[in-house]
Design a protein around this ligand. Structure first.
Ligand SMILES: C[S@@+](CC[C@H](N)C(=O)[O-])C[C@H]1O[C@@H](n2cnc3c(N)ncnc32)[C@H](O)[C@@H]1O
Length: 202
């Protein structure tokens, strides 16, 4: 199921962005991974929040990898075109700033400076193969609840390995970290499932 919507669970994304931006300030290359991106609603919400918080110049140093097991979501994300009805939850400030009318009537496209930062890769989390290392923020929400407990533990270990020291992991509020994973992360705020990597890779 690829259910998602723009500005879903904003407090978690805002907390993750706040901690990631503080951690990466001044860096020339910053990488973010949105795992289980569906059709792009979450990754574009995150990109807009990051653009606001990082400012124009730092935002150019960002690469956001969106991945999903459904390969066909790639084209939707790269085009960034959505019907007006999908965009109604977007606050006016963000809509006015980051969307432009598309050729198709009743549709709007995410502006190019935001789209350019996002790369889609077809990826199955259960292969346990990370897309890279040295990542500053991983967002994986409403995906792992469908996995077996042992698979979840393995995926969290992969995320831990992919993050650089002190970097941030965000998952959905209904999912707590499995007991075995708790020592690997510190929760940054008690009201969201946002964590900072606590231990270096083995
Ligand atoms: C419910 S949607 C969540 C979308 C978004 N993260 C959100 O929270 O709004 C779950 C997404 O996870 C993807 N997914 C399911 N199993 C996966 C796997 N093994 N590897 C990668 N993505 C997977 C689905 O295709 C779907 O797009």
């Amino acid at each position: 199921m690829a259910f998602s919507f723009f500005f879903r669970d904003l407090p978690t994304l805002e907390t993750a962005v706040q901690h990631m931006v503080a951690q990466t300030m001044g860096r020339s290359r910053i990488r973010v991974w949105v795992a289980g991106s569906a059709k792009g609603q979450e990754v574009y919400t995150l990109a807009m929040l990051l653009a606001e918080k990082m400012g124009y110049f730092s935002f150019q140093n960002l690469r956001i990898d969106a991945t999903d097991i459904e390969a066909e979501f790639g084209e939707i994300i790269q085009r960034g075109i959505y019907p007006k009805g999908d965009l109604e939850r977007i606050p006016k400030h963000f809509f006015d700033r980051y969307f432009q009318p598309a050729e198709q009537e009743g549709h709007f496209q995410v502006i190019e400076p935001i789209r350019r930062r996002i790369t889609f890769t077809h990826h199955d989390l259960l292969t346990l193969k990370p897309i890279g290392e040295g990542i500053s923020l991983i967002v994986c929400k409403n995906v792992l609840l469908h996995f077996q407990p042992a698979e979840r533990v393995q995926v969290f270990k992969m995320f831990h390995h992919s993050l650089s020291a002190d970097s941030i992991l965000a998952n959905e509020n209904t999912q707590k970290l499995p007991g075995e994973i708790v020592p690997l992360f510190h929760q940054v705020a008690s009201d969201t499932q946002v964590y900072r990597k606590a231990q270096p890779n083995a």
